[in-house]
Design a protein around this ligand. Structure first.
Ligand SMILES: Cc1cc2nc3c(=O)[nH]c(=O)nc-3n(C[C@H](O)[C@H](O)[C@H](O)COP(=O)(O)OP(=O)(O)OC[C@H]3O[C@@H](n4cnc5c(N)ncnc54)[C@H](O)[C@@H]3O)c2cc1C
Length: 458
């Protein structure tokens, strides 16, 4: 028998990683702390528990990046996705599931697998021997969180996310916005033009502040403490503290000249910064928020230049343990400083059930390939799994890294995208081209992994 793979955490990622590795022939031990040690969000001792909503989001594998991840997971014989389909509930185009039956079946499947053992205990140290996957999620226990922080450096492990909205670069109106760093700072022209600026006059600013104050906000879940208040205040809280606070904070208009109206001094300026190496995504600087999603879109589209903005992800602030993966992990999801340890799931800086299970799927397969001595090609960047793992392990800006969900902004632009840009029709063709390209690349990668259970997806 080959070396045992140890997986800490039997949530979305750990369950999927165990399934994949065990099906490739490895002996796997899952270490799960529940029900002995509880979290504020989990309610049972089951593996693969859905902690909040019962939705795996869109199931459209031609026009939606999450739906594409579903498709890829199914093609890879994924446990999480096949169980979700088994317990599907009516929900239009979304994949909603019966959560009880779902986690019941995940638990039964893992316990029944001849290569898998489940050990119910908390792990509190990062082992320096053996092969491990840490998949302990957003609510990693305090003991293990401390051990990870000691190994990676305190600044490299966050306990809250503070996500500013991220939008697609091609949805910004450049006849109103312009590129310029404050005071043209920077050595190179690229640095001097690193920010995208959206100007506001006084009337628009006042209306914007009113809308922020009036917007619907999300409350923290019970048990989640509001420990975010040190240095990353939500914009609506800043607006509530004083009508001028934002104008003296993230929206200050100094050091910038609007080339579209050089004689008019903006009253306030909203700045956006590139969010990925491809330059397809921009985040709104300092705009972390707890506004509800519907309200966010409405309020942010009041910003001149963002009237037609399409959002790759909306903002939020949550209790969330996650690593600065771009600096800490290699493309194989191993800790660079301790390569016997891989990370998977939400702790790697992805967000959501589907993305977390997908990162578990990759980590399980990567660990199996390494332990079995079978070389495994890099996950193709054109697949949805590849786009996500490349983003968190290198494509994202490390300095401002915040959790990401899968979206088409993470995909390499199409070579011939010039012909199918703009408008809804153009977008449909582009997304179809992305998903076709992804499926082809993913199937190629799966078929390369010897012995992989690559069940054909429909
Ligand atoms: C309050 C809350 C609400 C959320 N709502 C949603 C939602 O509606 N939709 C969505 O898509 N995502 C939601 N998420 C995010 C969601 O938790 C993740 O997307 C997903 O569950 C992450 O999968 P994971 O496997 O990384 O972590 P989890 O599914 O949380 O699994 C981690 C497992 O590790 C175990 N564990 C932790 N520490 C240890 C330890 N030291 N030793 C042994 N075991 C340990 C935990 O008990 C848990 O079973 C929410 C998160 C929170 C905190």
């Amino acid at each position: 028998m080959t070396e045992t793979l140890h997986i800490v955490g039997g949530g979305m990622a750990g369950s999927e990683a165990a399934w994949q590795a065990a099906n490739l022939g490895l002996r796997v031990v899952i270490h799960e702390m529940r029900p002995k040690v509880e979290t504020f969000a989990h309610k049972t001792g089951k593996l693969g528990e859905m902690v909040c909503s019962n939705s795996f989001r869109s199931d459209d594998h031609e026009q939606n990046a999450v739906g594409l991840l579903h498709w890829e997971m199914k093609a890879a014989g994924g446990l999480v996705i096949s169980t979700a389909y088994d317990h599907r509930l009516p929900a239009g185009g979304a994949l909603a599931v019966d959560r009880e039956a779902f986690s019941e079946q995940i638990t039964a499947a893992l316990n029944a697998h001849p290569n898998i053992e489940v050990s119910y205990e908390e792990v509190t140290e990062l082992p320096d021997q053996g092969q491990w996957i840490i998949a302990t999620g957003p609510l990693t226990s305090e003991g293990l969180g401390g051990a990870i922080a000691r190994a990676t450096g305190k600044e490299s492990l966050a306990f809250f996310d503070a996500i500013a909205p991220i939008l697609y670069a091609d949805s910004i109106d450049m006849s109103k916005a312009w590129m310029q760093s404050r005071y043209d700072k920077g050595e190179t022209e690229e640095e001097q033009r690193a920010y995208l600026n959206c100007p506001m006059d006084k009337t628009t600013y006042e209306a914007f502040i009113d809308a922020l104050i009036a917007a619907d906000k999300t409350e923290f879940h019970e048990g989640e403490t509001a420990g975010y208040f040190d240095g990353c205040l939500p914009i609506e809280v800043m607006a509530e503290r004083g009508r001028e606070t934002l104008r003296h904070g993230p929206m200050k208009p100094v050091g910038l000249t609007n080339p579209h109206q050089p004689d008019v001094k903006p009253w306030a300026v909203v700045q956006l910064r590139r969010d990925n190496a491809l330059g397809t995504l921009y985040n709104i600087v300092g705009f972390q928020t707890k506004m509800k999603y519907g309200a966010q879109k409405e309020v942010l589209r009041m910003i001149p230049g963002l009237e037609e903005a399409r959002f790759a992800r909306l903002g939020g602030i949550h209790r969330n343990t996650f690593l600065n993966s771009p600096t800490l992990l290699d493309v194989q999801m191993r800790l660079k400083s301790q390569p016997n340890i891989r990370f998977a799931g939400q702790i790697t800086g992805v967000e959501g059930y589907v993305e977390s299970a997908a990162m578990g799927l990759l980590a399980g397969r990567m660990a199996a390939a390494e332990i079995l001595g079978q070389p495994l090609a890099t996950v193709p960047q054109d697949s949805a799994h590849g786009a996500l793992v490349h983003h968190i392990t290198g494509g994202a800006e490390a300095k401002t890294f915040q959790p990401m969900n899968v979206n088409f902004g993470l995909f390499r632009p199409l070579d011939d995208s010039a012909g199918i840009k703009g408008g809804r029709r153009g977008r449909r063709e582009r997304y179809k081209a992305y998903t076709d390209r992804a499926k082809y690349a993913w199937q190629g990668w799966l078929s390369d992994q010897a012995g992989a259970p690559a069940a054909a997806a429909e």
